[in-house]
Ligand binder design. Structure first.
Ligand code: GH3
Ligand code: MG
Ligand code: MG
Length: 352
């Protein structure tokens, strides 16, 4: 399923351990031993000297004695920082730096140039190639350690911030109870699919799913039990969908699935598969299931040539769901679109 299908729920609230609280962006104690520094220099004496200083500063170290070797090594060892000699016989430090910055896998590794030159042109060029700092030889151990620490701290903060932003983005798209897409994110994806279907004259179907008499679960066993039933039902539904289906929580005990490139007939088959899966679980619950499942009613429709927006399709799915409830629940009802469905490429709906 799509990227928003986060890992299978395994507890009442799978995002509980995924909170932003673990991202303490304020000053944490700096622990040099957590960082690997690569030193690149063609002079063995320099490698030894810089290595010794870094090791005295408690850093993990690794070494390369020329540029080509460094370029081979870096993607594999993923150092946290590189101390790079400017002038080397095979390829220059500037060239190594340029190549690192071109590669998305290595471009955020800070590079500090180590150079005998205090030629301003070289230094300006080093920064232009993406270096974060430079140290001119001869240098003192405290200077080297201070600069290395400074840039590692900066990189560490940047990395934490990036991770926190990525997590925030994920949380903003996800329903915290079930781990599937929340309504807003589902609507974003579904609107994109609607535009795509219009443009390419393809089709898709929508299933609007509502748990039957779900209120009685809460009333009988309590709200926490109701939550558990929602989570296990979602897990069972998810296991019957395809990777490319968009599955989201519409609200409360209602869920919605968009089936891309799927015509009404095939969507009915999918709905029946979901309904039957849950009915089986109601009749024969797994041994470890504490609370009973409840059956599903499903409203089914597809995108037609006369649909001018997603809303009209969702409204039709809602009418179909209403009819399924009226007819006695535990069933799917399909309403065909007014206009013809766009023909699918294979002309007979997807192979479900
Ligand atoms: P119907 O077959 O007509 O759909 O009956 P129903 O009882 O499922 O429908 P109704 O709309 O009367 O009740 C839905 C219930 O779902 C009421 C609400 O408290 C419960 N519910 C909605 N969201 C959640 C949730 O996140 N957790 C729990 N435990 N209950 C929820
Ligand atoms: Mg409902
Ligand atoms: Mg219901």
């Amino acid at each position: 399923m799509n990227e928003f299908h986060s890992p299978t729920p395994n507890s009442g609230n799978e995002l509980g351990s995924d909170s932003l609280e673990s991202y303490n962006l304020s000053a944490q104690e700096f622990q040099p031993q957590q960082f690997l520094v690569l030193v690149v220099d063609d002079a063995v004496g320099n490698l030894n000297l810089v290595g010794r200083i870094l090791e005295q500063g408690n850093y993990e170290t690794t070494f390369a004695s020329h540029g080509v070797q460094a370029l081979e090594q870096i993607p594999m060892v993923q150092p946290d920082l590189i101390v790079l000699d400017l002038i080397m016989p095979d390829i220059s430090g500037l060239e190594v730096c340029r190549k690192l910055k071109e590669n998305p896998k290595t471009n955020n590794i800070p590079v500090i140039f180590l150079t005998a030159s205090d030629n301003k042109k070289d230094l300006v060029e080093a920064f232009a190639y993406g270096a974060v700092d430079y140290i001119t030889k001869p240098f003192s151990a405290p200077e080297l350690l201070a600069r290395v620490k400074n840039h590692l701290e900066l990189k560490h903060s940047r990395d934490l911030l990036k991770q926190a932003i990525a997590k925030l983005e994920r949380l903003a798209k996800t329903d915290p109870l079930t781990g599937i897409a929340n309504r807003r994110h589902w609507l974003t994806l579904a609107n994109q699919e609607f535009k795509r279907a219009q443009r390419y004259e393809s089709s898709f179907s929508i299933l609007l799913i509502d748990l039957d008499h779900f209120k009685s679960v809460n009333d009988t066993y309590g709200h926490h039990a109701g939550d558990q039933v929602l989570v296990t039902t979602i897990k069972a539904i998810k296991s019957k969908l395809r990777q490319q289906d968009f599955f989201g929580r519409w609200g409360g005990e209602e869920f919605v699935v968009l089936l891309p490139e799927t015509r009404l007939k095939s969507a009915e088959t999918v709905a029946e598969r979901l309904r039957a899966t849950i009915e089986d679980l109601v009749k024969t619950p797994p041994e470890d299931q504490v609370y009973p499942y409840t059956t599903l009613s499903v409203g089914i429709t597809s995108c037609g040539a006369k649909d001018i927006n997603l809303d009209s399709i969702i409204q039709r799915a809602d009418q179909a769901l209403y009819q399924a409830k009226e007819r006695g629940r535990n069933q799917g009802v399909a309403i065909a679109p007014h206009g013809l469905e766009h023909l699918l490429r294979n002309n007979n709906g997807s192979d479900r």
